[in-house]
Design a protein around this ligand. Structure first.
Ligand code: NAD
Length: 495
């Protein structure tokens, strides 16, 4: 498989190539994608800019119908895309099927929202006529990571196109195949230039973000990259959406159920996609008095549901991590925890399907200080620290005491108590008695605060990111030939 770029309705050969290996068996080359350079990236932006006026004029209901139809056809057209995504990413086949169905579910949710948001709001009253329109921005640059490449691109492309923007998308060089295939299949079902796909690394990303014809940047990825992108976008004062990493705490309140079903949800909350999920549980906060009970139940739950093995084997629930570099970083992190005196419990059934894949044994780590890098920073892998607390106030303070503020969860037998604690958490999303993908909802906006970024995806807010308001105000006084009053009346002096 060798996939071209997709620019202005055409496959384009590009100037270079990225080869992607199978993380479960690096000797297998899964495929290649062609890459862009700065000139081709400029062509893609130019095509999107030229297509914008025509696409923005298409009535919103028709745009929604066309985007939805393109996604329906693309989602059902290629049965090989699932195994392809699994082989390039190491994601287990069960999860991959969910990932490929996502764009369609999102299109069905976003369509009516886009139609509602794009409708003019008109006010006629004594003050005059006020029309508020919701206009697309123009060309959106979308830059995405590798850990859920199709879902994360869909979260930008579906609302972006439905609201009348045109787009250039750049996926990650670490998992470029399924997303390039998916997006170019959607693009060829839409007018030329409406959706363009480029590939490459930081240089292509910078060429894209720095192009003055780009009106807004939507980025999902890491903090260091976000800083570069924000700086480049600032040159043209372009707005950004930044969906960055998290260091999510799961707070188990003193009354939390610790039955096997609950702890299986907690295990998947951490180890889905080998822990490489922005909204994975990255710290467990457990009452000190219940630590031993928790650990025993957690190890049992992991034994039952966590099975590391060949991602294409439907019995596997966890595959390898994305790269040798990431494997080494994670192994080093666990070793440094051992060196710091932590207790490391190996979890689940561990049966790697090759000797030299990027496997990392899942672990639960006890006894670390909050300043250890495994606790203080996003590990983004299958190792989770368990921290104990003495009071709920302390748990809340420590949950909030890191730089990232993406998601969090509160676990309790009493929903109201859990919600009361959730309100005190500094995060864009809090799950109750669950955590991670299974607990999300198409209608619930998702996004971070502080170092986890700004802007939202999912829900109405995720669609609203792609429109900007325009107020058209015709004061009644002018129509009636009266003098304009003071719009900001001075309050009468007191007394
Ligand atoms: P990354 O920042 O390394 O790469 C993301 C994308 O940015 C890739 O396409 C990459 O090629 C591109 N890029 C890299 N340098 C660039 C530059 N200087 N200019 C422009 N583009 C550049 O991130 P990653 O390793 O692919 O993803 C992992 C991170 O993403 C984690 O921190 C994870 O938590 C986060 N993430 C966040 C969310 C969310 O919704 N908040 C979702 C998934 C992943």
């Amino acid at each position: 498989m060798n996939l071209p770029l997709w620019i202005n309705g055409q496959p384009v050969r590009g100037t270079g190539e990225i080869a992607r290996e199978n993380p479960a068996d690096p000797s297998e080359q899964v495929g290649t994608v062609r890459t862009a350079d700065a000139a081709l990236t400029g062509e893609a932006v130019g095509a999107a800019a030229a297509a914008f006026a025509g696409w923005a004029r298409v009535p919103v209901a028709e745009r929604v119908a066309r985007v939805t139809e393109a996604i329906v056809e693309t989602s059902t057209a290629n049965g090989e895309r699932g195994p392809l995504l699994s082989r390039e990413l190491g994601k287990v086949i069960g999860d991959v099927q969910g990932e490929l169905g996502f764009a369609l579910a999102l299109a069905r949710y976003d369509g009516p929202v886009a139609e509602r948001l794009c409708a003019d709001r008109v006010l006629h009253d004594d003050e005059g006529t006020l029309i508020t329109t919701a206009d697309p921005y123009g060309v959106i640059a979308a830059i995405t990571p590798w850990n859920a490449p199709v879902i994360l691109a869909a979260l930008k492309v579906v609302p972006g196109l439905m609201t009348g923007n045109t787009m250039v998308v750049k996926g990650s060089p670490l998992a470029p195949l399924a997303v390039t295939d998916f997006l170019s299949q959607v693009a060829r079902r839409l007018p030329d230039g409406v959706l363009n796909v480029v590939n490459g690394g930081a240089d292509v990303g910078q060429a894209l973000v720095g192009d003055p014809r780009v009106a807004k940047v939507s980025f999902t990825g890491g903090l260091a990259t976000a800083r570069h992108i924000a700086a480049t976008a600032a040159e043209h004062v372009r707005p950004t959406v930044m969906e960055l990493g998290g260091n999510d705490a799961a707070i188990f309140l003193p009354d939390a159920d610790l039955d096997v079903a609950t702890l299986q949800r907690a295990v998947f909350g951490s180890f889905l996609t080998s822990g490489q999920v922005c909204m994975a549980i990255k710290r467990l906060l457990v009452p000190a008095a219940r630590r031993d009970e928790f650990v025993e139940a957690y190890l049992e739950a992991a034994r039952r549901v966590l099975r590391v093995g060949d991602p294409l084997d439907p019995r596997s629930t966890m595959g390898p991590v994305i790269s040798r570099e990431h494997q080494q970083r994670l192994t080093g992190l666990v070793q440094s925890a051992r060196d710091a005196g932590a207790t490391v419990h190996e979890l689940g059934v561990y049966e790697p399907s090759s000797d030299d894949g990027y496997w990392v044994r899942p672990t639960l780590v006890l006894g670390l200080d909050d300043r250890h890098p495994l606790v203080a920073d996003e590990q983004f892998g299958p190792t989770v620290p368990l921290l104990t607390y003495d009071s709920v106030d302390e748990a809340v303070a420590r949950a909030n005491g890191v730089d990232q503020a993406l998601a969090s969860s509160v676990w309790s037998a009493d929903e109201q108590r859990a919600v009361a604690v959730a309100r005190r958490l500094d995060a864009g999303f809090t799950f109750i008695n669950c955590h991670n993908r299974a607990g999300t909802s198409l209608r619930a906006s998702f996004g971070g605060r502080r170092h986890s970024g700004h802007g939202r995806e999912f829900g109405e807010a995720g669609v609203a990111e792609y429109v900007q308001s325009h107020s058209i105000n015709s004061p009644a006084a002018i129509r009636e030939n009266r003098a304009l009053g003071n719009a900001y009346p001075v309050p009468a002096a007191a007394g």
